[in-house]
Design a protein around this ligand. Structure first.
Ligand code: C5P
Length: 239
């Protein structure tokens, strides 16, 4: 597989052209950033961890009827994906209150949100990813009403699948962020699903196994990420 021209450099992934116009190559780098890039470090092996977990979940979701951009791994940190026209929206599902929502609203850290809450942010670093509601998503022309309903339904389905999966591993899926793109007239799950984009707490101790370990200096972030990878590998062995 020939890696083509770099077309987009995100905070933790680089996207390259492939030899097929309908496909792109996503390289998961070792960069870790937080607070809109204010904090930035590199951790050897981080790209491999996130690529491994993302590939696992894309495959898991596909097996449960969710369409994703995942095609296959090229090597352990490089993923072949189908080309989507990305929608600049961060769709966040929350099962417990944590992070930004506890600063903006009278919700206690760890408070159960049942039914789960879905919020959406307009993806624009320079503007600090402002929150947008359904009306604004329509006004901005980001999604049609049908697509909005579909994205919401799919996000709730993904949340249920991931929540139940992590529950089996002894972890609480507190929240996560996903992004969708368009392929033809379909809305497809893109980007990544990794410890960078979710909060995972140990069910018993509340210990974090996600980017909060890095954000708030809660310990060794690579040990935390490795623990999640290990749990997933063990789960796979048991199947
Ligand atoms: O920052 P906040 O607490 O709202 O984040 C909610 C969830 O979405 C967290 O799991 C966080 O890691 C993820 N997120 C993300 N990328 C962003 C904003 C949030 O992956 N730009």
């Amino acid at each position: 597989m020939e890696i083509g021209e770099l077309i987009y450099q995100g905070k933790a992934k680089s996207i390259y052209k492939s030899d097929n116009d309908d496909e792109l190559i996503a390289l998961f780098r070792d960069d870790m950033t937080a607070f809109n890039g204010e904090k930035h470090d590199q951790f050897s092996g981080k790209g491999v961890y996130n690529a491994t977990v993302s590939a696992f979940f894309f495959d898991y979701l596909e097996k449960h009827g969710i369409k994703t951009h995942f095609i296959r791994m090229i090597d352990e940190k490089t993923m072949l994906v189908s080309k989507l026209e990305m929608i600049p929206l961060e769709v966040i599902a929350r099962n417990r209150a944590a992070g930004s929502i506890t600063k903006k609203l009278p919700l206690k850290e760890g408070q159960v949100l049942n039914p789960p809450v879905i919020v959406t942010d307009y993806k624009d670093d320079a503007k600090g990813d402002p929150a947008v509601n359904d009306d604004l998503i329509l006004a901005l022309g980001l999604l049609t009403r049908d697509e909005l309903n579909e994205a919401r339904r799919t996000t709730l389905e993904i949340n249920k699948l991931l929540y139940d999966f992590f529950d089996e591993l002894g972890l609480v899926l507190v929240d996560f962020k996903i992004e969708f793109g368009r392929r033809g007239n379909e809305i497809i799950l893109g980007d990544e699903i990794s410890m960078d984009s979710m909060r995972l707490w140990d069910k018993e101790t509340g210990e974090s196994f996600d980017k909060d370990v890095y954000r708030f200096n809660k310990g060794d972030v690579m040990t935390a990420y490795a623990r999640v990878v290990e749990k997933i590998i063990n789960w796979k062995k048991e199947q």
